[in-house]
Design a protein around this ligand. Structure first.
Ligand SMILES: Nc1ncnc2c1ncn2[C@@H]1O[C@H](COP(=O)(O)OP(=O)(O)OP(=O)(O)O)[C@@H](O)[C@H]1O
Ligand SMILES: [Mg+2]
Length: 258
């Protein structure tokens, strides 16, 4: 094996620090409603960042801009160096293999079994696997969310927390590098919410992912956030750790922690 020179090690370190998502000066309005007004923020490799903002502040719009479901009016959103608003459908499809998205509603297909729900992204992205490999990937993803025994169940037979886990398994099956979570614990009881939050941390380590998590749930935020970005007045108003922001003297920030 060839040993790495010092210069290679320096290069590796720089590469590690390079953001996986770079959002610069993003604006988005719907008619007169200015939702994002000069929003900028970088997500670094391996970081779990929570976006905190009140209802209607544009959190879901922001996440939809990142995966190319909504086009910003101005600004750049680079994911692994590629500017999302410039990409065509095919290019977006490729990026979406690397960027998993967990909808607030889970978006499981009610008429499909758990297994079929998990097969779906493999087929959708034409991932070439044999039947056995496909089965292996499904069992692996289900095992990692603690629900291997639900493979033949229908979503209607599962509790809210179980559906969230299955939706998470479906996101993980493509082994994404980044996961975007929209309100992962909303609608769950506090104990199940904490279980899901702990699972998110466990999976981030296991799959070596970076994540942007939208959440109002302070229990979840406390568990998963290495950093918090405050989305206020359409901007990245402040960022810091949970404790830094909780102890802020700015009333606009304190308000979220009361
Ligand atoms: N497709 C759309 N067309 C028009 N207006 C939209 C559209 N999507 C979002 N909006 C508006 O953008 C604003 C921000 O919406 P968004 O869903 O991002 O809020 P949010 O911060 O996710 O709120 P919540 O915490 O309630 O989920 C709202 O005023 C909403 O009405
Ligand atoms: Mg939302």
């Amino acid at each position: 094996m060839i040993e790495k020179s010092n210069i290679d090690i320096v290069k590796d370190n720089v590469a590690e620090q390079k953001p996986v998502i770079e959002i610069k000066n993003v604006f988005k309005s719907f008619g007169d409603n200015q939702v994002l007004k000069d929003f900028s923020f970088d997500l670094k490799q391996g970081e779990n960042v929570v976006v905190l903002g009140k209802s209607g502040s544009g959190k879901s719009v922001l996440i939809k801009c990142i995966i190319g479901l909504i086009k910003p009016d101005k600004g750049t959103i680079k994911v692994f160096g590629q500017n999302i608003p410039d990409l065509n459908r095919e290019e977006l499809d490729k990026i979406r293999v690397k960027v998993g998205f967990l909808f607030q509603s889970n978006a499981l297909y009610d008429s499909m079994t758990v297994r079929e729900n998990l097969e779906f992204p493999l087929r959708r992205h034409s991932i070439k696997t044999t039947k056995e490999q496909e089965y292996g990937l499904i069992v692996e993803a289900l095992t990692n969310v603690g629900l291997a025994d639900t493979i033949d169940k229908m979503p209607s037979e599962l509790s809210g927390g179980m559906k969230k886990r299955i939706a998470l398994a479906r996101t993980l099956i493509l082994k994404p590098d980044i996961i975007l979570y929209d309100e992962p614990t909303t609608g769950l009881d506090p104990i199940t919410g904490k279980e899901i939050s702990n699972l998110m941390n466990e999976l981030a380590k296991k799959y070596n992912t970076s994540a942007i998590i939208i959440s109002h749930d302070l229990n979840c935020v406390k568990i998963v956030a290495q950093k918090i970005v405050m989305l206020i007045d359409g901007k990245c108003y402040a960022q810091g750790t949970y404790d830094e922001l909780k102890n802020s003297t700015d009333p606009k920030i304190r308000h979220f922690f009361e």
